[in-house]
Design a protein around this ligand. Structure first.
Ligand SMILES: [Ca+2]
Length: 391
């Protein structure tokens, strides 16, 4: 009886219109890839799937319900731990970084900062199997399906070409993978074999990953020897031009009352735009053409700020001079982890402490805030951290 019921349930699942249409879509993708030169042997192993990757579907539809303040974002992406580890990694891979800097003309601190922000220097490259993830997005989502299909084809061709074996194709749900998180089409276009073994392996070869990142930034318009960003001091009540694209010579910014962060004057004709990510009362930054090259890596100013600042910190420059306009600053990764442990110790059920602030942690923070008579923000900030005994 039980087995009959189970069998019936299974038959219903397999025959459901959604499952059938997913399978026929995947069969179509296999055929198309075969026509583009990918072998049947690779395709049978890459796309031996009968149902969508549910986790990928879930992640692809999640709306970020919580807007991260810029000071939180920078506090965990550019914490002392990453700066210290980054300096150690830069010493360890010094000859590779210097070779990439020489060949592509891109500053080695920025190359290393991309590596540090993207995967914590190769430690967190993602766990989704790309062919499954990209077939899911092509066949079972209804947004940008031709884009996802192109990425799937590019990933399969990397294997066909001999750059990578299939078992290296693990990355983010959206297809970015390897030590510096290229999507497959970018990989196909811009990856370089920087260790000279004949294959472009951005998963296992640090040299290939760093060389390819330098090549990417060069192609994105990097100008050798020029600055990318520096912090500035903005006059109180400044309401003049801002924005990455609103560039003007440094001499013009000087006329607008802006100085370097230490108060020394600006001069010269180099073109820069002014960013005030937290308004005129927070830190200000002049950003140059090279900042735009970094921006193109991930199309977000906060991201480019994090890379730029991490590069500066690894090069020995100090933390920002102007504090963020908040009385509740952000937490480092170590503090986030500690905050979760404190919540668990107080009986909040948030699963295991992993340092990642998800919905369960935010709910527990809000409950803890409420219990302590604080406004329930659900945000992992310094105030709740201290209130729970963190230091
Ligand atoms: Ca190689």
């Amino acid at each position: 009886m039980r087995s009959t019921l189970l069998g019936a349930a299974l038959a219903v699942t397999l025959a459901s219109p959604a499952a059938a249409s997913f399978q026929s879509c995947v069969a179509g993708l296999k055929q198309e890839a075969a026509q583009q030169g990918v072998s049947r042997a690779i395709l049978d192993r890459a796309l031996d799937i009968s149902a969508p990757d549910e986790k990928v579907l879930r992640l692809s539809t999640v709306q970020p319900e919580f807007k991260t303040p810029i000071w939180d974002y920078l506090a965990f992406l550019v914490d002392e731990e990453r700066v210290t580890q980054g300096r150690a990694m830069m010493r360890r891979y010094d000859s590779i970084l210097r070779a990439a800097e020489r060949q592509f003309g891109v500053d080695r601190f920025v190359i290393a900062a991309v590596w540090g922000v993207e995967t914590d220097f190769g430690q967190e490259a993602g766990s989704s199997f790309l062919p499954h993830a990209l077939a899911t997005l092509t066949c079972a989502s209804n947004r940008r399906t031709s884009f996802w299909k192109g990425e799937l084809m590019a990933a399969l061709k990397l294997v066909q070409r001999g750059d990578l074996s299939l078992d290296k194709l693990y990355g983010s749900w959206a297809g970015a993978f390897g030590q510096t998180q290229f999507i497959p089409s970018t990989y196909q276009r811009l990856a370089v074999d920087f260790d000279g073994d004949g294959r472009r392996d951005l998963v296992s070869s640090v040299a290939d990953a760093l060389g390819s990142t330098a090549n990417y930034l060069k192609r994105a318009g990097w100008r050798q020897g020029e600055s990318w960003m520096f912090e500035v001091r903005v006059p109180a009540g400044y309401n003049g031009p801002t924005g990455r694209r609103n560039k003007a010579p440094l001499s013009t910014w000087a006329q607008r009352g802006i100085t370097r962060a230490d108060g020394s004057p600006l001069s010269g004709g180099a073109q820069a735009g002014l960013l005030l990510p937290a308004g005129p009362n927070g830190p200000g930054f002049l950003v140059f053409r090279n900042f735009d090259a970094i921006y193109s890596y991930n199309q977000a100013e906060s991201y480019a700020l994090a890379i730029s600042h991490l590069a500066d910190r690894m090069a020995g420059y100090p933390p920002l001079r102007t504090p963020w306009p908040t009385d509740d600053p952000g937490l480092s990764r170590a503090q986030r982890l500690q905050l979760q442990k404190l919540l668990i110790a107080q009986g909040y059920d948030i699963g295991e402490a992993d340092g990642k602030i998800g919905p369960a942690t935010r709910e527990a923070i809000a409950a803890a805030e409420q219990r302590l008579g604080m406004p329930p923000t659900g945000r992992a900030g310094n105030r709740i951290y201290r209130a729970l005994g963190g230091r």
